[in-house]
Design a protein around this ligand. Structure first.
Ligand code: AMP
Length: 214
C-alpha cells in the first residue's frame, strides 16, 4: 500500500506515520527528515536546504522530486511506504503521480489529517525531539525527564529551528497558499480519507487503519 499522509505542519503526520509504519510494516519516508539528515551531514543539499527551512519556506520542486525519485526506487520501498511531507505543491503531486505509474505503484491512498491553527501553534511551539532517536515529544511529556523515554539518551531534547513562533506562522501561510491546493488536486481524482487530527494519538491511528482497510 502506497500511503500519502497529507496535513498542515503540526497536524500529526510524523507521529501517525511512525505508528502506521510499524503496524503495516512498510517504511516511513519523511522528506523533512531526509533534509534534516542532509543538514546534519553538512552536504551541499543540507547547506542550501537549511537556509530555506529556517525561513519556513519550501525547498524547490526540482530538488524535492529528485530526492523522492531516488528514494522510491530503493528496493525496500517497492511494496509500500508512507509518505510524510510530500507532495507539498501541486507540481510535486503531478510528478509523484507520473513516478508512481512509471514504477507500477498503483495502490495509492491519500489520508488527510485536519486540525485548526490554534492547536497547530500550541503543538509546534511545545514540540521537542530527541537528537539521538528522533522521537517527538511535547514539552509536557518530558517535563521531568533528563533522558529520552524512548532510547534513554541523556540531555538529548532539542527544539527544531523552524518550530519558533514566527517561522511557524510563515510555514502556515505557505501551507495555506501553496500546499492546500494539493488536497483539491487529489479530491478531484482520488477517494481521500479525511481524519480529525485532534484526539488521542492511538485512537486516530486506529481510525486511519480501519479506513485504510475498509
Ligand atoms: P517537515 O519536517 O515535513 O515539517 O518539513 C520541514 C521543512 O522541510 C519544510 O518546512 C520545508 O522547508 C522542507 N520540506 C519538507 N518537505 C518538503 C517538500 N515536499 N517540498 C518542499 N520543501 C519541503
Amino acid at each position: 500500500m502506497y500511503i500519502i499522509l497529507f496535513g498542515a505542519p503540526g497536524a500529526g503526520k510524523g507521529t501517525q506515520a511512525k505508528i502506521l509504519s510499524s503496524k503495516l510494516n512498510i517504511p516511513h519516508i519523511s522528506t523533512g527528515d531526509i533534509l534534516r539528515s542532509a543538514i546534519e551531514k553538512k552536504t551541499q543539499l543540507g547547506l542550501e536546504a537549511k537556509k530555506i527551512m529556517d525561513k519556513g519556506e519550501l525547498v524547490p520542486d526540482n530538488i524535492m522530486v529528485g530526492i523522492i525519485r531516488d528514494t522510491l526506487k530503493e528496493e525496500r520501498n517497492k511494496s509500500g511506504f508512507i509518505l510524510d511531507g510530500f507532495p507539498r505543491t501541486v507540481a510535486q503531486a503531478r510528478d509523484l503521480d507520473k513516478l508512481l505509474s512509471e514504477l507500477g505503484m498503483n495502490q495509492k491512498k491519500v489520508v488527510s489529517i485536519t486540525t485548526n491553527e490554534g492547536e497547530i501553534i500550541k503543538r509546534l511551539t511545545s514540540r521537542r525531539a530527541c537528537k539521538n532517536c528522533k522521537q517527538i515529544y511535547s514539552l509536557e511529556e518530558i517535563e521531568n525527564s533528563d533522558s529520552c523515554p524512548n532510547c534513554g539518551a541523556k540531555d538529548s531534547f532539542y527544539q527544531r529551528s523552524d518550530d519558533k513562533e514566527e517561522v511557524i506562522r510563515k510555514r502556515l501561510e505557505v501551507f495555506n497558499t501553496t500546499t492546500k491546493p494539493v488536497l483539491d488536486y487529489y479530491s478531484e481524482n482520488e477517494n481521500v480519507i479525511y481524519m480529525d487530527g485532534i484526539g488521542k494519538v492511538e485512537e486516530i491511528s486506529q481510525n486511519i487503519l480501519q479506513k485504510l482497510e475498509g
